[in-house]
Design a binder for this molecule. Structure first.
Ligand code: NDP
Length: 246
């Protein structure tokens, strides 16, 4: 059975807003030492109660030097990352014939390669500690596909192969790698959808609504908890039933 320190060093990429911020808050509230990356704007403020602490590091996950520096800053402040949540992601939706190489590359470089960059550095420290949790935020569309999202769905499907390879490669050191696949969540990413599209999506979700950011955060927190020590290489849907069967 893996052992856990009381307050773990947790890193959440894209933790300045949306799902990432909710995940950061969930860990901070239970007393972990939480770091988030932010790329633009002001560093987010997360009130921390009890033993935990919070750090915001500026980092664009498409820039390798940024990622290196962020990991150094986190290690100095909180110790090596024990829980990595690779959450940062973007969309550049358009139909395939209109999708440029640039649209494709930007999404894959952020969602897939950016996650690889942070997972590789996290794995380095975790291998030394002989423990760790890596959690990738994918999407229901990575498995079901989505018209207008060839780039995004490909990047999110890639995370499944990445997590399962890491699960096989790192499992003997008590490091798990899992994927959370949310459906539609109320954030700035989905705020751009038209009312018509929103109604269409909701009509296909058995629960008949979007998820809240906290409903995703709770599952991520569980995957990093001692209760999830034997869950490895799994894809956990948090989609209200939208993707059932995939
Ligand atoms: P938001 O658009 O609200 O936030 C995206 C976050 O990612 C921001 O913090 C943003 O930082 C960060 N980010 C984007 N690009 C980079 C980069 N190059 N380097 C560092 N950070 C970056 O998205 P959500 O909170 O909705 O989504 C979070 C994750 O969940 C994403 O991976 C998304 O694909 C996934 N997801 C979302 C769903 C939804 O319905 N909302 C459904 C399924 C999956 P900045 O503020 O600087 O731009």
């Amino acid at each position: 059975m893996a052992e856990y320190s009381a307050a773990r060093s947790v890193l959440v990429t894209g933790g300045n807003r949306g799902i990432g911020l909710a995940i950061a808050r969930a860990f901070a509230e239970q007393g972990d030492k939480v770091a988030v990356t932010y790329r633009s704007g002001e560093p987010p403020a997360v009130p921390v109660k009890g033993e935990g602490s919070f750090l915001a590091v500026r980092c664009d996950i498409t820039v390798p030097e940024d990622v290196e520096r962020a990991f150094q800053e986190v290690a100095q402040a909180h110790g090596p990352v024990e829980v990595l949540v690779a959450n940062a992601g973007i969309t550049r939706d358009t139909l395939v014939l209109r999708m440029s190489d640039e649209d494709f590359d930007a999404v894959v470089d952020t969602n897939l390669k950016g996650s690889f960059r942070v997972a590789r550095l996290a794995a380095k420290g975790m291998l030394r500690m002989r423990r760790g949790r890596i959690i990738f935020i994918s999407s229901v569309v990575g498995l079901s596909g989505s018209a207008g999202q060839v780039n995004y769905a490909a990047s999110k499907a890639g995370l499944v192969g990445m997590a399962r390879s890491l699960a096989r490669e790192l499992g003997s050191r008590s490091i798990t790698a899992n994927v959370v696949a949310p459906g539609f969540v109320d954030t700035e990413m989905t705020a751009v959808l038209t009312e018509e599209r929103r109604a269409q999506i909701v009509s296909q979700v058995p629960l008949g609504r979007y998820a809240s950011v906290d409903e995703v955060a709770g599952v991520v927190k569980f995957l990093a908890s001692p209760d999830a020590a034997y869950i490895n290489g799994a894809v956990i849907p948090v989609d209200g039933g939208l993707g059932m069967g995939h």
